[in-house]
Design a protein around this ligand. Sequence first.
Ligand SMILES: O=P(O)(O)OC[C@H]1O[C@H](OP(=O)(O)OP(=O)(O)O)[C@H](O)[C@@H]1O
Ligand SMILES: Nc1nc2[nH]cnc2c(=O)[nH]1
Ligand SMILES: [Mg+2]
Length: 152
Amino acid sequence: MSNKFVITWDNMQMYTRQLAEKLLPAEQWTGIIAVSRGGLVPAAILARELGIRHVDTVCIASYDHDHQRDMKVIKQADGDGEGFIVVDDLVDTGGTAEKIREMYPRAKFVTVCAKPAGQHLVDDFVVSIPQDTWIEQPWDMAVTFVDPIAKK
Ligand SMILES: O=P(O)(O)OC[C@H]1O[C@H](OP(=O)(O)OP(=O)(O)O)[C@H](O)[C@@H]1O
Ligand SMILES: Nc1nc2[nH]cnc2c(=O)[nH]1
Ligand SMILES: [Mg+2]
């Protein structure tokens, strides 16, 4: 992918707080289900902002097999999603979101970022990212030394 959209920890907190605003009033929710692993950090921020202490996970591992995405559900949260926010960090092709919708048809499914191919599968999101752009998440990066522009 040619373009990159870098998200810092501060940005992640700011975007997820914007997502929390869209989920008011908080009293309507029984709990949050994080789509692990990408949804874990957004779920922690939403739980803090909305005062929700019931936090569960759905754990999905995906593998690429000859251009086909194979998804394995390792662990899931009970129920059909009624009263729950299901949160992931992003929707790209929509493959994961389709699986989540199938598992939790009554949940409110939200993401922080969304690319056009998967946008129609989420109930709400904050940042719109072009399809040809790779999102770099803060947990995948490190602050590192770079050479000065003018090397002496
Ligand atoms: O819309 P899609 O094309 O399905 O892509 C979106 C999914 O990809 C990433 O997870 P990934 O499967 O890389 O695993 P991780 O969350 O455990 O890092 C991201 O966290 C979403 O869950
Ligand atoms: N970090 C990251 N993971 C992804 N999984 C699917 N698309 C993306 C993306 O743009 N960035
Ligand atoms: Mg994920």
